[in-house]
Design a protein around this ligand. Structure first.
Ligand code: PHE
Ligand code: NA
Length: 513
């Protein structure tokens, strides 16, 4: 750790890299179907509630945990959490909290990307297949998608392309890799998004039988609150989406913040990251997929799930003027958004290796490549071996690392800063900042409502899922379906194996420092 830590090259580069970290497939692929599935208008209220109550406070906390960790030479979450926790509890307890946080963060950064890298691969594949018009004449785009993920050539080819791109970017380091990528791809994403919005809003009413199905009616559909549909599941989904989309509870915002200088501003930069992400989410993400689906298929078409991007939209690109170009633009936008996020997880693991071994960045980047190949294999193999498009392994891993763990990690961070680091937290956030966080905000949110709300939501979630038989050895949702059980069990073994490994590595790393 004697070598000097890297720094961001410029403020613009930093903000674009952080926005690149946050703006991802979550905004364009995940958000539209989460909003649609949870009653559209009924989703927006808990969504903005969670943004203010949890998203913004945690974004500030993660930036400050990261900048402080970087000062001590750390780029990973475990030691960062330890450094603040030890101000409030005995060193041994602080080491335990830090180790647990490090273990969960390893599981998130290794395993979320184990499937995310595949989705990036699919979007790259679909960019090419859109240009070549491959799905323009098929009968069912659902079958086309199922065939795609069962085709080893396409799946492995584009997955390796995505991984190789990430590896070379990570090898370039912070300024010449991550920052340069963000400076090129981020403005492109916003430009592509605007072009796609214009095409969407000029669709008119493409379904002759239903002249009232217009893109604007689709926007109305998700923006009019339907209070009766507001329920616990929608609230949970909204919190989950806020965590996922802002990249909080993952350790990767902290990692990027560790390359700040000790007095760099974090309040304004952190809020800018939130603003750029929300712009890309509720404006760009919300004004493409859903209005297109609505214009062609009406209110029922909006109910689609994960398949919205890969199944419903291609079936509509088929019918629309310039459909293959629009399709290609959509999937290229998705792959750019995915790459600038995935590189953050990639870099987290590079940091972890560099912090714990004598490996230099180049070697660490190759090791991470190998790691992602290993953890990504079951995701790729399930559809190929089972000849189905069920993706049970993917779904199970995502339930743990892409939902549950993010929440536990975020809760741990806010409790450590608000309740253990206590009064020292506010000046740590405000040091060097252009705007200061007022002390009432710190007390009311970071030390008060936010951790308490998170504990309540977490308990409700666990009780709810336990009632559904989710924690049984053979969980209720697969019981009796012998073909799927092994994939679900395998998912759980991998998830908890990685957490255990991460805890041990972090424990050793904190002890050493
Ligand atoms: N915020 C990212 C998104 O919206 C989440 C993410 C980051 C996922 C990094 C994977 C890797 O897509
Ligand atoms: Na996002």
């Amino acid at each position: 750790m004697s070598e000097k830590r890297e720094n961001w090259g410029s403020k613009l580069g930093l903000v674009l890299a952080m926005a690149g970290n946050a703006v991802g497939l979550g905004n364009f692929w995940r958000y539209p179907y989460q909003a649609a599935k949870n009653g559209g208008g009924a989703f927006m209220l808990p969504y903005f509630g969670a943004l203010i109550l949890m998203g913004i406070p945690l974004m500030l906390v993660e930036w400050s945990l990261g900048r402080m960790g970087g000062k001590y030479g750390h780029g990973t979450l475990g030691p960062m959490v330890y450094l603040q926790a030890r101000e409030g509890v005995k060193p041994r307890t602080a080491i335990l909290i830090g180790s647990l946080a490090g273990g969960l963060a390893l599981a998130v950064t290794l395993l979320v990307n184990s499937y995310y890298n595949h989705i990036i691969g699919w979007t790259m594949g679909y960019t090419v297949l859109s240009l070549t018009g491959s799905y323009m004449n098929v009968e069912s785009t659902g079958q086309f998608f199922a065939d795609y993920i069962q085709n080893p050539g396409l799946v492995f080819g584009f997955w390796l392309l995505a991984l190789t791109t990430l590896m070379f970017t990570a090898m370039g380091g912070i300024q010449k890799g991550v920052e340069r990528m963000a400076k090129i791809l981020m403005p492109t994403i916003y430009v592509f998004g605007i072009i796609l919005i214009i095409r969407t809003l000029t669709l008119g009413s493409p379904n002759a039988a239903h002249p009232d199905w217009t893109p604007i009616a689709g926007l109305n559909f998700i923006w009019s609150p339907r209070w009766s549909e507001l329920n616990w599941a929608a609230t949970m989904a909204a919190c989950g989406q806020i965590f996922f989309t802002l990249s909080i509870g993952m350790g990767i915002i902290c990692n990027y913040a560790s390359y700040l200088k000790p007095d760099d501003d974090i309040v304004l930069s952190g809020l800018t990251t939130v603003a750029l992400n929300e712009l890309a989410e509720v404006i760009l993400g919300g004004t493409i997929a859903i209005p297109i689906a609505y214009a062609f298929m009406g209110p029922d078409g909006v109910g689609a799930s994960i398949g919205l991007s890969f199944i419903a939209l291609p079936s509509l690109f088929k019918e629309m003027g310039f459909g293959n170009l629009i399709g290609a633009l959509w999937f290229l936008l998705l792959s750019f958004a995915g790459l600038t996020s995935a590189v953050a997880m990639y870099n987290y693991l590079v940091s972890l290796i560099m912090e714990n071994t004598s490996a230099i960045r180049k070697k660490a980047s190759v090791l991470v490549f190998i790691g992602y190949i290993i953890v990504g294999l079951p995701v790729a193999l399930e559809p190929i071996l089972t000849k189905t498009a069920d993706l049970m392994y993917f779904t199970e891993v995502d339930n743990w690392v892409g939902n549950f763990f993010l929440f536990i990690l975020g809760m741990t961070e806010i409790i450590v800063t608000g309740w253990l680091f206590r009064e020292k937290g506010l000046p740590e956030i405000n040091r060097g900042s252009y705007w200061k966080v007022p002390s009432w905000f710190y007390k009311l949110f970071i030390q008060g409502i936010t951790p308490i709300a998170m504990i309540v939501v977490l308990v409700m979630y666990v009780v709810d899922t336990a009632k559904q038989g989710y924690y049984k050895l053979i969980p209720t949702f697969v019981a009796g379906n012998d073909a799927l059980i092994p994939w679900v069990i395998a998912g759980r073994l991998v998830v908890f194996g990685v957490v255990a490994l991460g805890c041990i590595v972090t424990y050793a790393s904190i002890k050493r420092s």
